[in-house]
Design a protein around this ligand. Sequence first.
Ligand SMILES: [Zn+2]
Ligand SMILES: [Zn+2]
Length: 351
Amino acid sequence: MRTMTDLPTTMPAAVYRGPGDIVLEELPVPSPGPEQVLVEVAHCGICGSDIHLLLDGLGQAGSVEGHEWTGVIAAVGADVDQWVVGDAVVGGPSPRCRHCRRCLEGKPSQCRNRTGSVMDISEGAFARYIRTNASAVWRLPPGLSMRQAALTEPLAVALHGITRSQVTEADSIMVFGAGPIGALTVAALKAKGFGPITVIEPGARRRRLALDLGADEVRDPSELELFEVLDPERIASGACDVVIECSGHGNAVEAAFNQVSRGGRLVLVGAGIDQPNLNPLRMILNELTLCGSFLYDADGFENALTLLASGALPTDLLIEPADVTLDQLMGTLRDLSSGVLAGKAMVAPGL
Ligand SMILES: [Zn+2]
Ligand SMILES: [Zn+2]
């Protein structure tokens, strides 16, 4: 194993103890296996799933979350030859076996050998160092800062939702939720020249952000034309060809289902806990396509890095201006959950 010269033996990490309870602890710096690398974390974005895991109590006690990270390689395992200490990289969960039918079809998110929830990690990047497989990190393109590049993982999620929507230039688009994934979806659609885009979002700050990102119209969910679930022929007046649901709320999924125009497509990106009530007759009579979107395209990280490096995304709007220290993590999770913060909050464990 090759390491940076002054590698410490312990590191601060934000350890999850229970719902709303994170403790800053000194943990041993993990030692990379033969095919692994150790990365000193520069930035790690806070994900909506972190709110479910750490605030809502879906996490495992003793785990360290954080999966949207960038950093500098601090040690490489004995069999790693593609990375050297000092390389700037971006990482994130990218499960794939590379040989099952779905992996060979280019759909690694549906790897037949995927086990459990991929977000269920125990060694995350809300810590000074993270250990990961050498094949699960990507090189930062020139000109992209570590801070900007920490948007790679959630942008790959947003891009996959757009791929799944099969959106064309002729389509009108509606995006539900302007949290980090919804905001990245709007920014990426805009950068690719798609639209018009209507954003449905209850939070005033996030509606403002969506407008700043180029949404053509923003509406509070209360302004939507909603009707009984047993009214399958009726199409809402503002219905769109493509609807991308990024909030994960059951009532938003129901509303989104009613905002799809005839022959249109609804993509579910946001994952939630409450279940919507949908009428299959609406799907049948209007030939709606309803599909889920999980994780990324096969080349999701590469595409996200290329888009970020192109400068086409307003990362200054997408990322909250002030970085977050490890001991500010819980307060920031609460501010994200309540909508006080609209953009992507970045943890900088070295602060
Ligand atoms: Zn995420
Ligand atoms: Zn596979």
